[in-house]
Design a binder for this molecule. Structure first.
Ligand code: C5P
Length: 239
């Protein structure tokens, strides 16, 4: 893979508290064709305008709001986020098939007349959970792999384009749903980096080797003294 192709598979999580900080950070990656991920911290503080401002930098945006509500509400939310012009957004697969189908319908309505549909991704089991939490606290029996694959099959048959999961589950997702079904994998930690609250971590190189399509990387880049060099180091490590 070329450096450009590698960069196009990295999503930098802009987990910062306001639009100024987000734009300052995003501008540091100018010329590197990575995606920008806007999540709850930034969106709830800065609102839809920050999405438009980041898009105006000419980058692809994954809006990570993890929609999870009744189908009618998710249909409307999906219509709204699609109108913002995002390239990808996500919903919790735990919301069920009807909710995910409603997301697909809402996105189609939001895109009506002006072209491109965003990719719609299902969140499976958060990468901050491990099997003990899943079985004990949350009360879902079986392995993390089983839970992730079950959510992935639901997302696939509801018409979603892929799922968020740990790279550790990417191969199982691909074998259940086909190689074209996307896997977006957070919990990426270069060797020696702090896992923080992530439980199922994988190095960037292993994530790609395991079949992950997009690597979501936050703190290892954004909390580094020089985020651009941190990203470049990761890309060099992958090349
Ligand atoms: O800083 P770090 O690399 O842990 O950031 C991971 C990013 O991916 C965060 O923005 C987090 O919200 C997001 N994410 C996640 N696990 C999921 C879905 C999204 O960690 N299942």
């Amino acid at each position: 893979m070329t450096k450009v192709e590698l960069a196009e598979r990295v999503m930098v999580a802009l987990d910062v508290p306001d639009a100024d900080a987000a734009l300052r950070l995003a501008r540091q990656f100018e010329g590197i064709p990575c995606w920008m991920k806007i999540g709850m911290e930034l969106f709830y503080a800065a609102g839809p305008s920050v999405v438009r401002e980041v898009k105006a930098l000419g980058v692809r945006v994954f809006l990570d709001l993890k929609l999870h509500d009744i189908p009618n509400t998710v249909r409307g939310a999906s219509r709204s986020v699609t109108r913002l012009g995002v390239d990808m957004f996500n919903v919790h697969a735990a919301g069920g098939s009807a909710m995910m189908r409603a997301a697909v319908e809402g996105a189609a309505e939001g895109a009506a007349g002006k072209g491109r549909l965003p990719l719609i991704i299902g969140v499976t089991q958060l990468t901050s959970t491990d099997e003990r939490m899943l079985n004990g606290e949350i009360g879902i029996p079986g392995s993390i792999d089983d839970a992730v694959v079950r959510y992935a099959r639901m997302a696939h048959s509801a018409g979603l384009h892929g799922v968020v999961a740990s790279a550790r589950e990417a191969a199982a997702v691909k074998s259940a749903c086909g190689s074209g079904f996307l896997t977006i994998t957070p919990g990426i930690r270069p060797a020696g980096a702090d896992a923080a609250d992530q439980a199922r971590v994988v190095t960037p190189r292993d994530a790609l080797a395991d079949g992950s399509d997009y690597l979501v990387i936050g703190r290892p880049i954004t909390a580094a003294p020089d985020p651009r060099s941190a990203l470049e180091r990761i890309l060099a490590e992958l090349a």
